[in-house]
Design a protein. Structure first.
Length: 363
C-alpha cells in the first residue's frame, strides 16, 4: 500500500539502543519473509489476459458483459496488484458494467522496462489511455477508479490538465485526496505536520537503488518480498513510480526530517537506517487541475499513512467543480479490505452507485 510501514514497537528514547533497533529489524524482516512465502506466487492466479498497449504487455482481469454500455478501469496502488479489485469487479458485473483491472507498469511481467526514466508519470498516464483504447475501443469513454498510487495517477488523468480528461465519465479516488490538496498537506508553511511525518518514506523510496540498499533492512526485504515481488530488481521498478511522480512534479515532497525530529514516531527507526540531510522538501510543479466529472472520494478514518480526514485532504472538494461526494468509513488504508466487512461493503456500494448512475445518498 501507499504508506505501508514496518510495524515494530514505537520508538522512544528508552528503546533507541542498537540492540533494540536490531530487534525491531528482525521482527520486520521475519514478518516479511513469512509473507513472501504466501504472496510470491503468480499474482494473476492464471486468471489474467494479456493486453498489448504502450509497446508493453499488461496482465489484465476482466469482469462483466463485453457488450456493456458502461465501462470502468480500476488502477491499483503500491505495492498492490489487480487482484485487490476482484470483489468490486464482481459487484460491478452484477450491475451489467464491464470492468478491467491490470497489473500496471512494473507489475505485469511483460511491462517492466529498465531504467527509472521508463516510469515517468507522463508515461504512466499514457498507459491508462492506451489500455482503455485497447480494451474498450479507441475513443470510448469509461469510468475510472484508483487506489493509493493508482489514485494519484487517476487524479492526474482526470484533471483538466490531462489530454484525455473528457474520456473519463466519473472518478473514484480511494484513500488519496486531489493532488493539489495533497500537495498542500505535504509542503509549505500551511502543511499538515502529521502528514509530513507519515510521508517521510517518500524521501527514502526515491534514493538510488532504494530497493536493495541497507540490506538486510532493505525495502525489498521489508516490503517487496511479502507483497509478491521475487527480486529486488523487480521491486525497484515499482519504487520508481515515486521517482516518476517527483520528476514530473505530480507529487510534492515533504521536508526531510532528521531522526531527532522524528523521535517518538515509527519513522524514527527508518530515518536511523536511511539517513539523509534535512531539507525543506519540494513543491508540486505539475498540477492536475480541476475535475468537472462526478467524483467520489473515499477516506479511511483510521488510515495512518494518508490522513485523509484532515483539513488539507478535505480541500479536495475545492478542486471538484462537478458533483462531489466524500465518504468516510471506519477503515485503514486498504479500503477494499476493511477489518469490518460492513465498512468494505459501504465502499463497494458507493463505487457501484456512482458508476451505475444510481442516485442514492452516500452514508
Amino acid at each position: 500500500t501507499w504508506g505501508l510501514k514496518p510495524s515494530g514497537p514505537r520508538a522512544t528514547p528508552s528503546d533507541s539502543s542498537p540492540a533494540a533497533m536490531a530487534w525491531v529489524a528482525l521482527c520486520v524482516l521475519g514478518a516479511a519473509f513469512v509473507w513472501s512465502e504466501v504472496r510470491a506466487s503468480d499474482p494473476c492466479d492464471g486468471k489474467c489476459t494479456d493486453v498489448a498497449a504502450s509497446g508493453l504487455t499488461f496482465s489484465c482481469r476482466f469482469a462483466g458483459p463485453q457488450n456493456a454500455t458502461k465501462k470502468a478501469m480500476l488502477l491499483h496502488g503500491f505495492p498492490e496488484w489487480s487482484m485487490m479489485y476482484v470483489p468490486l469487479m464482481q459487484a460491478l458485473a452484477a450491475k451489467g458494467i464491464r470492468s478491467v483491472a491490470c497489473d500496471q507498469r512494473a507489475y505485469s511481467r511483460g511491462a517492466r522496462p529498465n531504467g527509472v526514466a521508463a516510469y515517468n508519470y507522463n508515461l504512466l498516464r499514457e498507459d491508462v489511455l492506451a489500455v482503455a483504447d485497447a480494451v474498450f475501443g479507441t475513443g470510448a469513454r469509461f469510468h475510472l477508479v484508483g487506489h493509493d498510487h493508482g489514485a494519484v495517477l487517476g487524479w492526474y488523468s482526470v484533471g483538466a490538465n490531462s489530454p484525455f480528461a473528457s474520456r473519463v465519465e466519473s472518478y473514484t479516488a480511494l484513500s488519496i485526496p486531489h493532488s493539489e490538496a495533497f500537495a498542500s498537506g505535504l509542503f509549505g508553511d500551511a502543511a499538515d505536520k502529521e502528514q509530513q511525518i507519515a510521508s517521510q518514506y517518500f524521501t527514502m523510496f526515491i534514493l538510488n537503488d532504494s530497493a536493495s540498499i541497507h540490506s538486510p533492512t532493505s525495502w525489498y526485504n521489508m516490503l517487496g518480498r511479502w507483497s509478491g515481488f521475487t527480486s529486488a530488481a523487480d521491486f525497484q521498478r515499482a519504487l520508481w513510480w515515486y521517482n516518476g511522480a517527483m520528476d514530473v512534479g505530480v507529487l510534492a515532497r515533504p521536508p526531510l526530517m532528521t531522526a531527532a525530529e522524528l523521535l517518538g514516531t515509527p519513522m524514527w527507526f527508518l530515518r536511523e537506517i536511511y539517513g539523509g540531510e534535512a531539507d525543506a522538501g519540494a513543491p508540486q510543479r505539475a498540477l492536475s487541475g480541476n475535475v468537472s466529472q462526478p467524483v467520489l472520494f473515499v477516506c479511511g478514518s483510521i488510515d495512518t499513512a494518508i490522513l485523509c480526514n484532515h483539513a488539507y485532504a478535505k480541500r479536495t472538494a475545492d478542486f471538484c467543480t462537478g458533483p462531489y461526494e466524500y465518504l468516510e468509513v471506519a477503515c485503514g488504508h486498504d479500503l477494499l479490505a476493511c477489518t469490518d466487512e460492513r465498512e468494505t461493503g459501504k465502499v463497494v456500494a458507493a463505487v457501484v452507485r456512482l458508476i451505475s448512475g444510481e442516485t442514492e445518498t452516500l452514508v
